[in-house]
Design a binder for this molecule. Structure first.
Ligand SMILES: [Zn+2]
Ligand SMILES: [Zn+2]
Length: 193
């Protein structure tokens, strides 16, 4: 009931730019062609939950609507520029998330499986607001906390048992990667408790 009221209130707010209004205005200012593909990509992103790669967004496009990988990349760059989506660099890949009505927030990332979660914690922004940056005006703060999720912690515990028995030369690439994560965790234990 409350949600319905909130939504009704939001819809009745006058002069509020829709995502499409923002995109149209930006394309007009830049003298860009207003193609239906760009609107279709925005529509898909508006329905999207979480953080996704360009290829994942491409796979979400309706089958009847053929969009090339090049169009996806150029439209994503355009949507980042006009502030409708955020981009994140995670383990060498770029992930995108819808920004409209979703204020800038912080994230934590698993170094084992590269999953990313939203983090709403005002203490990070508060700490950043107090940090002194001489002759530099702060605008925003973006924090990524790296660690290891509970699924990967269980996996690491299993691998450690196996690694204790086996020679390093017999370790798989993934086992070696997790052994490195374990070393990092041990180092971090002193200052992240
Ligand atoms: Zn994980
Ligand atoms: Zn996020």
């Amino acid at each position: 009931m409350q949600d319905c009221m909130k939504r009704a209130k939001k819809e009745s707010t006058l002069n509020e730019d829709t995502p499409r209004d923002i995109l149209i205005r930006f394309m007009e200012e830049q003298n860009m062609r207003k193609t239906p593909e760009r609107y279709a990509i925005l529509d898909v992103i508006a329905q999207m939950k979480g953080h996704h790669s360009a290829d994942e967004i491409l796979s979400m496009m309706p089958e009847s609507f053929h969009v090339s990988r090049g169009t996806i990349y150029s439209t994503l760059a355009l949507l980042v520029e006009c502030g409708l989506i955020y981009n994140h660099q995670i383990a060498g890949a770029t992930l995108y998330e819808y920004a409209y009505g979703h204020p800038l927030h912080q994230h934590y990332i698993c170094t084992g499986c590269n999953k990313i979660w939203d983090l709403q914690d005002s203490t990070i922004e508060l700490a950043a607001s107090k940090v002194k940056t001489p002759r530099f005006k702060k605008m925003r703060c973006s924090t990524y906390i790296y660690g290891i999720c509970n699924v990967c912690q269980a996996k690491l515990a299993r691998l450690k048992k196996k690694m204790a028995k086996e020679q390093e030369k017999n370790m798989t690439r993934e086992e070696k990667r997790f052994a490195k994560i374990d070393e990092e965790l041990a180092k971090a234990a002193d200052w992240f408790k």
